[in-house]
Design a protein around this ligand. Structure first.
Ligand code: DC
Length: 217
C-alpha cells in the first residue's frame, strides 16, 4: 500500500511523511532525494547536458530500503547530505524537468515500493507515478513560512545558507516545478489538501495518520 504527499518545496512534506511513517510502521520514500542525486552527476559533468545524458546510461542510482527509510545510492555508495547543498538545490529543477531523468526515477521508485507499505513525498506521485495510491495528500504553505522552515532545517544540519537566497530558491523552484512540461506540480485528483502555514507539526502528523488509520480500518 502507498500513501502519497505531494506539494511545493518546504511545505513540510518530508518531515511529516517521515513522522507518519514512523507512527504507522511504514517505510518512507523521499522521491526528491533521487532527483537530487542525479543533480550531483549533472554538476560533476560540468552542467553539460550531453555529458549528463551519457552519465544517465553509465551510472546507477538506486534506493536502498533499510531501517524504515529509503536512501539513494549512487553506484552503490551512500550520498548523504551532499545532496542538500544550495548548489544542488539551485540546479535540481532543471534536472527534474528532463523526461529521461523522470523515467529513470519513476522506474526505480516503482521497483522499490513493491516490497513494503510506503509513505512517499514528492511533486507528481499522486498525479503520475502512483495514481492508484490508497490515499493522496497535497501539502501547501505560504512561501515566507516555508523559507523560514527550510532555514531552520539547514541550520540544524550545520549547512550554511541565508534566508533571502532560500526564499528566492523556493520561489524559483515553485515556478519551475509548476510550469514544466513533464509531470508538473499539481494537486492530484482526489488528493486531500493540507495547508500547514499555521499548523503545528504534531497537528499535521496527527491529521494524516488519522486519515490513514481510517483507510486501514
Ligand atoms: O523535495 P525536494 O525539495 O528535495 O525535491 C527536489 C526537487 O526535485 C524539486 O525541486 C523538484 C524535483 N522533484 C520532482 O520533480 N518530482 C518529485 N516527485 C520529487 C521532486
Amino acid at each position: 500500500m502507498i500513501v502519497t504527499i505531494d506539494g511545493p518545496a518546504g511545505s513540510g512534506k518530508s518531515s511529516t511523511a517521515k513522522a507518519v511513517a514512523k507512527e504507522t510502521g511504514w517505510y518512507y520514500l523521499d522521491s526528491g532525494s533521487l532527483y537530487r542525486t542525479w543533480t550531483l552527476l549533472y554538476i560533476m559533468g560540468g552542467f553539460d547536458k550531453d555529458v549528463f545524458l551519457e552519465f544517465l546510461d553509465n551510472h546507477r542510482i538506486t534506493l536502498d530500503a533499510g531501517g524504515g527509510a529509503t536512501e539513494p545510492l549512487l553506484n552503490g555508495e551512500r550520498v548523504g547530505d551532499e545532496i542538500r547543498t544550495s548548489e544542488v538545490s539551485d540546479n535540481v529543477s532543471a534536472v527534474a524537468a528532463m523526461p529521461e531523468v523522470r523515467r529513470k526515477v519513476d522506474e526505480e521508485m516503482k521497483r522499490a515500493v513493491k516490497e513494503h507499505n510506503f509513505v512517499a513525498d514528492g511533486r507528481d506521485l499522486g498525479s503520475v507515478v502512483f495514481p492508484d495510491a490508497a490515499l493522496k495528500f497535497y501539502m501547501i504553505a505560504d512561501l515566507q513560512e516555508r523559507a523560514k522552515r527550510r532555514k531552520r532545517e539547514l541550520d540544524e544540519k550545520g549547512i550554511e545558507a541565508d534566508y533571502n537566497s532560500i526564499y528566492n530558491n523556493l520561489a524559483e523552484r515553485d515556478r519551475a516545478d509548476s510550469s514544466r512540461e513533464a509531470a508538473p506540480l499539481v494537486k492530484p485528483d482526489g488528493a486531500i489538501e493540507v495547508d500547514t502555514t499555521s499548523m503545528k507539526f504534531e497537528e499535521q502528523v496527527r491529521f494524516i495518520s488519522e486519515k490513514i488509520q481510517k483507510v486501514l480500518n
